[in-house]
Design a protein around this ligand. Structure first.
Ligand code: PMP
Length: 422
């Protein structure tokens, strides 16, 4: 579309500017930045606030009020063992955050190495991680904080480009890890294909202590009645190149209470023993009262899935609204494409190259705050300046609808201005 492509006698750029002026005049104050559960989702877990009541003993008689039990409560680990695809005896229930577990694994690897490390990672001349893009900004922030070089690998719609990952990990011993959100990925919503999982487990890595950070944050967060399948990475690693290659993470942050949930870490026996040894200097045991509360509230794996069905009833209309508005406002314009996730908390909107920052800036000026463009890439820099992460969960449905419609106005404005200036 160019500025001479005139409809109704009004050049597109003028029409887009008028729409934008009307949007800005509404004085909206809307926030689409972070993937937080909305208050009605948190209300689904109101029962947790009444638990554990007078009960303080775990199924095995453990007094949860006291110190100890570094692996976490067995009955809670049992509930999450299937969904996270980690045998319960190798799945540990920890504090309230999986991100802190990932952070601490990186720090411990730097300070002490992991099983199979020839030396502490901090003693290596360079340490690098493969970063599938678009990806999760907080993963990238951990690398950035500790000087770990980030090497982007494009996502394909079914996980990372494995030709690129194999080439990079196979050639460079500094490449020590890869960040993966394998199901309903943040932000594209895609799920890794079976072939990708197999190749991750089987690929040759130049580093003997390469680690897959398998952040299965959205393992049970389906938006449809047909949950995405995911191949079992730990089993594939046990049969593949290195049984110790993968560390699995998950949490109840987006199952129950985002600030007061339970984080999990799991892996091979060697990795679990390593982690327990490292963590034994840091804590005399996790918050077992919170873990007991969760076990009583969720009851069993079927109870977990029931709870997630209630979450889906609240979330599905929001994702549907985003899809409907984007299709109505931007479909066929050639100005945007977007992902349609079957689960998780995000979708990715792609705008023409070089436009994402400008769209986010214009939206911000009109009162619609979006995750900064570039956040989906290492160092906050999206070289194509195309990807915008959309987090539909937190705003109310009317606010979300207003925000997405407003975002579409900004995409049309930036597109029309680019076209007008050639
Ligand atoms: N991993 C991913 C992929 C996430 O999207 C999030 C939350 N935005 C987290 C981890 C954070 O999890 P936790 O609350 O367990 O630290």
């Amino acid at each position: 579309m160019t500025s001479i492509d005139v409809r109704d006698g009004v050049p597109p750029v003028d029409r887009a500017r008028r729409e934008y002026a009307e949007l800005a005049a509404r004085g909206l104050r809307l926030d689409l930045t972070r993937g937080k559960p909305a208050p009605d989702q948190l209300d689904l877990s109101a029962g947790l606030l009444e638990l554990p009541g007078p009960v303080y003993r775990a199924a095995d008689g453990t007094d949860c009020r006291n110190y100890g039990g570094p692996r976490g409560l067995p009955e809670l680990r049992e509930i999450f063992s299937g969904p996270l695809q980690v045998p319960a005896d190798r799945l540990l229930a920890a504090g309230n955050s999986s991100l802190e577990l990932m952070h601490d694994v990186v720090v411990q690897a730097l300070l002490a190495g992991v099983p199979g490390s020839p030396r502490r990672w901090a003693e290596e001349e360079r340490v690098a991680f493969l970063c599938p893009v678009p990806g999760y900004d907080r993963h990238f922030a951990i690398c950035e904080r500790y000087g770990i070089e980030m090497i982007p690998v494009p996502m394909t719609g079914a996980g990372p480009d494995m030709d690129a990952a194999e080439r990079l990990a196979g050639a460079d011993p500094a490449v020590k890890g890869i960040w993966c959100v394998p199901k309903y990925s943040n932000p594209s919503g895609e799920t890794y294909g079976d072939d990708v999982v197999r190749r991750l487990a089987e690929m040759r890595t130049a580093a003997p202590d390469f680690r897959i950070f398998w952040d299965n944050a959205y393992a049970v967060h389906h938006l449809t009645g047909e949950p995405a399948g995911l191949a079992d990475l730990l089993a594939a690693c046990a049969a593949g190149a290195d049984p110790d290659r993968a560390l699995v993470f998950g949490s109840t942050s987006k199952v129950t209470l985002a600030g007061a949930g339970v984080g999990f870490i799991g892996g091979s026996p060697a990795n679990v023993d390593w982690w327990l040894d490292r963590v034994s200097r840091r804590t005399i045991g996790p918050d077992k009262v919170n873990q007991l509360r969760h076990a009583l509230f969720l009851r069993d794996e079927a109870g977990l899935h029931d709870h997630m069905r209630r979450q889906r009833e609240l979330l599905r209309p929001k994702f549907d609204a985003v899809e409907r508005i984007l299709a109505a406002e931007l479909g066929g314009t050639g100005l945007a494409s977007w992902t349609t996730p079957r689960g998780g908390y995000f979708l990715a909107l792609e705008v023409p190259e070089g436009c994402a920052r400008e769209v986010v800036r214009r939206a911000g000026e009109a009162g619609i705050v979006l995750t900064p463009a570039g956040a989906t890439h290492p160092y906050g820099k999206d070289p194509a300046d195309r990807t915008i992460r959309i987090a539909p969960t937190f705003p109310s449905l009317p606010d979300l609808e207003a925000a997405i419609a407003g975002l579409a106005v900004c995409v049309r404005l930036v597109g029309a201005e680019r076209a007008a200036t050639g």
